[in-house]
Design a protein around this ligand. Sequence first.
Ligand code: GAL
Length: 334
Amino acid sequence: MKRLMCIGLLMMALGGCASNTSDENRQIHIGVSVYDEYDTFISELTQYFYSYATQDGRNITVEIYSAEKSQLTQNSQVQGMIADACDVICVNLVDRTAPSKIIDMARNSNTPVIFFNRELVSEDLLRWKKLYYVGADAYQSGQLQGESAAAYLREHPEADRNGDNMIQYFVLEGEAGHQDAIIRSESSVDKILEEGIVLEKEGYAIADWSRTQAQTQVALLIKENRNVELILANNDDMALGAIDAYRNANIKKEDRPAIFGIDGTEVGLEAVLSRELDGTVFNDMKGQAEAMFALAKALSLGEPLDGLGLIDNKYIRLPYEAISLDNIDKYLEE
Ligand code: GAL
């Protein structure tokens, strides 16, 4: 089991999960398991979570583990965190369709679980009252991406390189079966069509949120000399992989398709600033980390959950925001 970092003043001799006291000085012990430490967005979110915990001023210990894309590993990490008497466990599921083992262990030990980013189906979340989800609305991110792309295409008629009054587009999809991949792809395209732009699908490739996989896929498109005028990537890393492929092929920006991402990661923002990426959508990693931390703290201390923005006592969803050169300063300052 790979531990990423451990913070806190003291690892107390912990004798079971927190009871419902709100003793101001009681130590809080939070466990976190992420699906993959190399995922750019998740690593930014985790760093924010870590900062909120360190800056809180209370005696907080956070254990963060990477499941290295194995659900079995993640299950045993959760088992270990329960044995370590974590007050609450935050889980970024490897397989969003397989949370059962974790839910059973949590319920048997009375340890609340905050799932985040990789959304389990509501039937699973309803299986026990102390299960929560923090994330965002995938549909909204696709709509915002589509809206930005449509605005760009209207302002840049030259984007229709072959002048056929249609935009040939290619989609770089995240993991198969991930809510943010399926829904983003659909709602982005729907929005562009709704804005009156005629689209023709040139193809798609699953690139698992990965910059290198996206680069390989787009290098193939370039090699095959396919006419692609727009690339919609489900996240910034894949959009950056597409840019890498064009750069490696010595294709200048003005000869590349318009490229859009989602996340607003540091590297994504830099690419918007350098005008290589035509737009992205802010996936509020800071807000999600803050909401997760506030919820984890309240659950650990047995405090009421009112005022934390919970929907149906279960969900916290942070809004997405479109990012372009016009408003990027706000995000660079974050
Ligand atoms: C998405 C994010 C991706 C990737 C994925 C992992 O919300 O946009 O970049 O981090 O989550 O589950």
